[in-house]
Design a protein around this ligand. Sequence first.
Ligand code: MIG
Length: 872
Amino acid sequence: MRAYWVIFVIGCGSAVPADSDDPLPARCAGPLPAFATREAGTLTTRCGDLEVSARPLAGGIIQLRYGSVVERSWAVVEAPVDDPEATLGGDGDRAVACTAAMTVAIDTQCRVRATLADGTVIVDDVELAAGDRLRLVRAAQPDRVYGLGERTGGLDKRGRAWTFWNTDAYDPAHGGWAPDQDPLYQSIPFAVHVNAGVAHGLFVDQPRRMVFDYTDPGRDVIDAEARSLEQYLIAGPRMAEVVERYTRLTGRPALPPRWALGFHQSRWGYPDGGTLEAIAERFRRDGIPADALWLDIQHLRGFRTFTVDDAFSQASLDRVRALGFKVVAIADPGIKIDPGYDVYESGVAGGHFLRDASGVFSGTAWPGASAFPDFSRAATRVWWGGHVTGLRARGIDGIWLDVNEPTTFPEGGGGNTVPDELVVDGDGEPTTMAAFHNAYALEESRATFEAIAETGERPFVLSRAGYAGIQRYAAVWTGDTPSTWSGLAQTLPMLLGLGVSGVPIVGSDIGGYSGHASPELYARWMALGSISPFARAHVTDGVPGQEPWMFTDEVTELSRDLLVERYRLLPYLYSLADEAARTGAPILRPLIWEFSDDPAVAELGDQAMLGPSILVAPIVQPGTTTREVYLPAGRWFELHSGAIHEGPATITVSTTLAALPMFVREGAILPALEAGQLVLDVYPGAPSSFTLYDDTGRTTISLTAEADGASVSIARSRPSPIQVRVHRVDTALVGVDGATGHAYDADARIATATVEAANAAVRFHYDPAITELAPPITVAFEVEVPADTPGQVFIASSATGWTHEPLTRVSASLARGSLTVPRGEWFDYKVTRGSFDTVEKLADCSERANRYRFGAPSSKTITVATWRDRCN
Ligand code: MIG
C-alpha cells in the first residue's frame, strides 16, 4: 500500500491562522453558509475533496468526522443518539454546532475550532492534509495530556510523539521493552486533555497506524494512515466525567470474578502438574494468600493452542483446585498448521483463518508455521469461543491471551506481525489487516469473553494487546517489563495511564519479566503489585521462579504481610471494581483524578490513589531508606496507625524493605475483611458515602462528622454483622446509639460498634477533638526463645534509645510484653537478655540484621534462634 501524499492541503507551515483571535460564535441560529449542509443532527461541510462533519451526541460528546469514508467501529458500543438540545447553523461564514458543553465552528477551509462552554479552545485546526493519509495540525495545545493507553514515560504525555500500532515490544538487550520504548502492545487513542484544571477528552476512533505528536509545544499533530478520522470531543469538566462518557461510548469495564482480584502466581512455564501442586501446597503451607496459578505455553502439546499436555493430568489440576486455586491457561492466536490437529482442521474447514493469495496465510509463531484466526468474522469468534468453553469444561477458569498483536517471528527475531494487506471479513464489510490490526486482540478478547459469559459465569480474561474498548472484555498487564529498577519505576505511571484510558484492571509482572530480580527489587515490586488492581508474579523461562519464597526469608515474610493486607482490603478493591464497571473510574488513579485543583499533583507519577480514599506511595528506587510523600490539602491518617498529617504537606517517611506508605483521606469509608468478618473503617469529615459491593449486592454507607461524634448509616437488603470502627477517637467514647455493642480502644484511639440490622443508623458520641497528631503507641511483642534460655528476655529498640526493656516470661519458651513507640513510624529492634553481650544471633551464630516493626496496633510472634553468649 503506497500512501499518496497530500492530495489536498490548506493552511501552511507554521503560520498561525488569521482568525485565531476571532470571537467565539455568538449564536448557532444564523443561516448555514453555502459550503455546509445539515441533515438530521449532523452538520457537514465540504472543501474541495474533503468533507468534515460535526454531530452533537446526547451526553456531552461531539462527533467529528474528517473524510467521507465511514468504516465500522470496533470500539463504539453505544448507538449514537443526537443531542436533542444541540443547534446547528451559521455564524457569518462559519458553520457552527452548539451544545450546552461545547461549540464547534468549521470555517470555509474545513478547519475546526471547538470551544468549551467556558471559552477554552480545545481544537484549533491550522493545517489539514488529506489523501491516502490524514494529517491534522492543531494549535491550542492543552496544558496537560493524560491517558493514551499503555505508555512509557511520565504521567503527563506531552513532549513526545506516540504511535498507535500494537507491537510485541520485546527488545533482547533488555529482556523486555526498552526504557521509553513506544509503541507497546496496546493502542488506545484516547487522551484526557486538561486546561487550567478543566478536563475534556479526545478519542480518535481509528485502528490503523496513527501518531499523536505532542513534541511541538504550540501545536499537536494527528497523523493517520487513513482516509478518514472519526473523533469524539468529550466534555468534562472533571476527569471522572470524561472517562464516564468515554466508557459509555466504548463500553464499561467488565467486573471480574472476585478471585481475579486475589494474588496470582505464574512463570514461563511450570513443567508439569506435580510442580503446580507443589507450588499450590507451598502457598498454603506458608500462609501466603493466593487465588490462581497460571499455565504458560509449556502446558500445551507442542505449542498447540487449546491442548493440555499429558504432563498436566486432570487429577493433578483437580488437586490444585482442591487447594482452592483457580487455573488460568494461555491461548495464543497462532494455530499450528498441522493436519490432524482438530483446531487447525476445523479452522480450515470453517474458513476461519486469514488468507493470502496462496491460501491460508502462514506465519511463524511458537508452534512454527501457524495460521491466524480472523477475529473480525462473527463465525470465527463463535468457533474460537467453542474451544474456549471446551477448555473451561476441562477446569480451566480463566484465559490468558498473549502475543495477540498478533505477533509473528521473522527470521532474525524481534516481534513482527501478519502482513497489512491480508483481507479480513470485517463482520461482512471486508477490509484489510491494516485497518484491523489494532483491533485484532479486542475481537479475540470479545470472542473469549462472550464464550465464557454464555455459560452464565463471570469471565476472567487477560489480554496483552488491545484497542479502545478492551476494558469490556479483559484485564491488561504491561507485558514484558524488564526486571530492572527502570522497569519498576515506569510501571506505576503506565498503570495510571491505562486507568485514565478506561482500563481499570491492570497490573505488571511482579518481579519483572526478564528475571533474576534482586531481593530488594522483588520486595519493592511486590509492594506495587499488592496495590495493583491485577496482582500477578510472573517471569520468563530459563531463569529462577519468582514465587515469594525464592528470595530471602525477609522477602517471603514481607510478601506475606503485603498480600495479607491486600486480602484484608479486598472488599474495598472489589467495590472499586464494581465502581469501575458502573462508571469507568480507574481503581488505581493518579492524584490529579481526585485533586484536580492542586497543581502540585499534575505530574505526580510515583504516588497514586487506590480508589477515592487511600493514597499510596510505593518505593521504586534502589537503596531507598526514606521517601517524600506529597499529601494534598486535607487531613490524612496513616493507614495502619491512625497517625495524622495535615495536608498540603510533603512529608518524609522511612522506608524499610517492608514499607508501603499508605495514607487515608478524611471522609474515607473503607470496608475490610478481618477473620472472616466485615469491618468498616471510617474517618469522619465532610459528609461522604461509599457503595460497598459483594456478591450478594450493594450496600450504601454514609458518614458524617458531628460536633459531638459521628453518624454512620448503612443501607442494604439483608442483615449480617458488621463492625464499624471510627478513627480517631482521642478521648473516651461517651456512647453509641443504634448498635448492638460498642467498645473503645484508648491506645489505638478507635471506637468500635457492632451493627446487625440491614438498615442501620449508628450514632457515635465522643469529643472529636484531636489531642495530638501522632501520640505514642504501645506495640505488643511475643517472642519464642529456646526453652533452656536462662533469666529474663528484653527488647532493645531504636524507639527507646536502645535501652533493654524487659518482657514477661510466660513460659520456658515464650516471653511477652510491650513497648511504647512513635505512632506510624518504623523502628529497629533486637531481642536480648539484658545487654548486647546476650543479644540474639541467627541459628548459625552469625550477626542478625536489626529486626524492624511499625508503630501501629498489630501483633507478631518472632523466634529467637540463639544468643550471643551461646555462640563462641
Ligand atoms: O514470545 O508465552 O509477554 O508473559 O511468558 C513470548 C511466553 C511469549 C510473552 C508474554 C510472556 C509469556 C511469553 N510470551
